[in-house]
Ligand binder design. Sequence first.
Ligand SMILES: *[C@@H]1O[C@H](CO)[C@@H](O)[C@H](O)[C@H]1NC(C)=O
Ligand SMILES: *[C@@H]1O[C@H](CO)[C@@H](O)[C@H](O)[C@H]1NC(C)=O
Ligand SMILES: *[C@@H]1O[C@H](CO)[C@@H](O)[C@H](O)[C@H]1NC(C)=O
Ligand SMILES: *[C@@H]1O[C@H](CO)[C@@H](O)[C@H](O)[C@H]1NC(C)=O
Length: 287
Amino acid sequence: MISPVLILFSSFLCHVAIAGRTCPKPDDLPFSTVVPLKTFYEPGEEITYSCKPGYVSRGGMRKFICPLTGLWPINTLKCTPIICPPPSIPTFATLRVYKPSAGNNSLYRDTAVFECLPQHAMFGNDTITCTTHGNWTKLPECREVKCPFPSRPDNGFVNYPAKPTLYYKDKATFGCHDGYSLDGPEEIECTKLGNWSAMPSCKASCKVPVKKATVVYQGERVKIQEKFKNGMLHGDKVSFFCKNKEKKCSYTEDAQCIDGTIEVPKCFKEHSSLAFWKTDASDVKPC
Ligand SMILES: *[C@@H]1O[C@H](CO)[C@@H](O)[C@H](O)[C@H]1NC(C)=O
Ligand SMILES: *[C@@H]1O[C@H](CO)[C@@H](O)[C@H](O)[C@H]1NC(C)=O
Ligand SMILES: *[C@@H]1O[C@H](CO)[C@@H](O)[C@H](O)[C@H]1NC(C)=O
Ligand SMILES: *[C@@H]1O[C@H](CO)[C@@H](O)[C@H](O)[C@H]1NC(C)=O
């Protein structure tokens, strides 16, 4: 028969042994991660140390198994900052933003920004980044870009810098003679594709096509003969009032000045000033 004291004693030993065998939470190492991370580990459990992105160690990652002693082996992993050497500079480019953060080198995720010399356009991204491979992302290219001289529009004029050649980002401005207005922007720019951002032209203005009428222009009722006494510009749009005889109500139809021509809607009836007893369509309730 075994003494109860002995049983008690051996179970106590056993308990101490098991408790002593679990491994504690592993030490933190700079710039590394541990998987799986727990507060304690049973003997035989495995952990892996590896460097965080942007860091490397000689020999790569380290695996450890929790030993029966409950003490993790000494870890010699050393994660150090990946560095990129100073970037090379594309031809016709300058570095606009660059600050080496590790002596003469850059750290993972550092960036540098290029700018092209005047008359040159950038193809690719102006920003490069130090990668986990210790090299930079793809460098952009700077190319000289010329644009042809913009031609003078019919019934108008163009101004541009008095130079033998026009380059990327040069500008030209347009205007029209009296009786004409610009179709397009007043100012254009030489694009990186070697053409102009737009090519405006001059379009004829329109004479007011009726003696008098109340019309809607930009949301407001105006007297066409007063509002447009100097003519309507190319693109100007007005709405004329027409009558629906059966329903005794009014509706509107649009007319637009296109290069000197405006067509009055067929439903519009201009009254003689003598026909004072007739109600103008613009005074009839809308349909
Ligand atoms: C950085 O480069 C310069 C020129 O090559 C050199 O004289 C200097 O010692 C370098 N500095 C470091 C911290 O490496
Ligand atoms: C240029 O690169 C940066 C950083 O890599 C990125 O955030 C940005 O979206 C890129 N720009 C273009 C236009 O591709
Ligand atoms: C950077 O280095 C990696 C690995 O050597 C390579 O695959 C990648 O093409 C390089 N990137 C550039 C932009 O040179
Ligand atoms: C400029 O040239 C490119 C390529 O030839 C073309 O796709 C683009 O539409 C042109 N831009 C203008 C404003 O004409």
